[in-house]
Design a protein around this ligand. Structure first.
Ligand SMILES: Cc1ncc(COP(=O)(O)O)c(C=O)c1O
Length: 389
């Protein structure tokens, strides 16, 4: 799903403010309230607001890396119970209860955890907080574009470094590309390849990066992989930040829950513009659902196994047609190389058959990202693939 170039303060909003008697200096302050406070909204259209984000009932959606099904039963039950008590801003201590549960499961102190409505905002905000015209952003390529869109919006130098031949982030090349960057962004498992960058590579980057630079590790897909988290590195080093979302494995994209783990002084630097207005605005049913979901180990393992089996069906169908894949995905997505046709052309062909597949990246225009759906959905994908190719 495409993200769009940022628009600082739309022209009609500027004209409206001036017509209402504000001067040009005021525009900056007002943009800060409506813009910087909601950095994600200004820096790039968030996933849920992008054109085409609304799932149409008669299409099979394999395009947005959502889960094919909703929250775990325990999460749904907790959310339902909370709806009935939502006349109060906070009937008990729900915000802190959520943080305490994350602290227990991840083994980090309470004040290293900040919940957010999704992870798009803290992702953009980390870039805004620690990059500048003199301290740039370094990312892999291809990777999730929101960080680099934010750097472009900021006017911060941006380096996009191709993945290694086995599709890890090339941490040595990333450091060499900008030895004075403000943020090194590593998405692992990576969107769109699903491939993992080992903790040893991340540890090398943390040990060799310039002083003060942040290593921002986006673990949106970590529960699909079931691999160790970069939280271990955060415990050792103050410049590591770890992002999580409930939009993927936990099936809560529409409930908007995520969190970031970082040292308190790092979190404070990220919050200084909004007084908690953005980060604190968490609907209680979402908080309750997320909290109850985190500890559902058996459900997590079952859903992971289900996804792996369905992924295998989709991948096997592509291989059977002689198509090459980006091998090694550990997440609910994989990339297909169409062997000469463009991803855009294939998207149109699939759409005509009722299947919405994912986008391509400019570095690999001949490949498309396919989100793994349920087993039945991947069988349908395989049938349509068989017709088209
Ligand atoms: C790697 C990665 N990070 C962050 C996000 C943001 O998701 P959300 O704002 O729903 O947490 C996404 C969404 O697709 C993603 O793929």
């Amino acid at each position: 799903m495409p993200l769009h170039p940022p628009a600082p303060l739309p022209e009609e909003a500027r004209a409206d403010l001036i017509a209402r008697g504000y001067n040009r200096r005021d525009l900056g302050r007002i943009a800060a309230v409506f813009g910087l406070g909601a950095v994600a909204a200004r820096a790039g259209t968030p996933a849920w607001a992008a054109p085409g984000a609304a799932a149409s009932a008669n299409m099979l959606h394999l395009d947005a890396n959502e889960c094919w099904t909703g929250p775990f039963a325990a999460g749904q039950e907790a959310a339902r119970a909370m709806v009935a008590r939502s006349n109060r801003y906070e009937p008990a201590d729900e915000h802190d209860d959520f943080i305490r549960e994350v602290a227990r499961i991840e083994g980090v102190p309470f004040d290293w955890i900040a919940p957010w409505p999704g992870s798009s905002d803290p992702l953009c905000r980390a870039v805004v907080s620690f990059c500048s015209p003199t301290r740039g952003l370094v990312t892999g390529n291809p990777t999730f574009e929101l960080a680099w869109r934010t750097a472009e919006w900021l006017g911060a130098p941006l380096k996009r470094v191709p993945l290694t031949a086995d599709h890890r982030h090339d941490v040595r090349a990333m450091l060499a590309a900008d030895p004075r960057a403000g943020v090194y962004y590593v998405c692992t498992p990576n969107n769109p390849t699903g491939t993992v960058t080992p903790l040893e590579d991340l540890a090398w980057l943390v040990a060799n990066k310039p002083a003060g630079a942040k290593v921002l590790v986006d673990e949106a897909y970590i529960h699909w992989a079931g691999l160790p988290s970069a939280v271990a590195l955060l415990k050792q080093h103050p410049d590591v930040m770890v992002l999580r979302t409930f939009s993927k494995m936990f099936g809560m994209a529409g409930m908007r829950m995520g969190f970031i783990m970082a040292r308190p002084e790092v979190l404070a630097a990220m919050m200084r513009y909004d007084g908690g207005m953005q980060s604190g605005s968490l609907p209680l049913p979402s908080l309750a659902c997320a909290r109850a979901s985190l500890s559902q180990g058996a459900d997590i393992a079952r859903r992971r196994a289900e996804m792996e089996a369905a992924r295998e069906v989709g991948q096997r169908a592509a291989r059977a047609k002689g198509l090459k894949l980006v091998e090694g995905s550990r997440a609910n997505m994989f990339m297909i190389d169409w062997g000469g046709r463009t991803g855009k052309a294939m998207q149109d062909l699939f759409r005509a058959q009722g299947v919405e597949i994912g986008r391509s990246w400019d570095i690999w225009p001949g490949m498309s990202r396919i989100t793994v759906g349920s087993m039945a959905e991947m069988e349908q994908f395989a049938t349509v693939l068989g017709k088209i190719v």
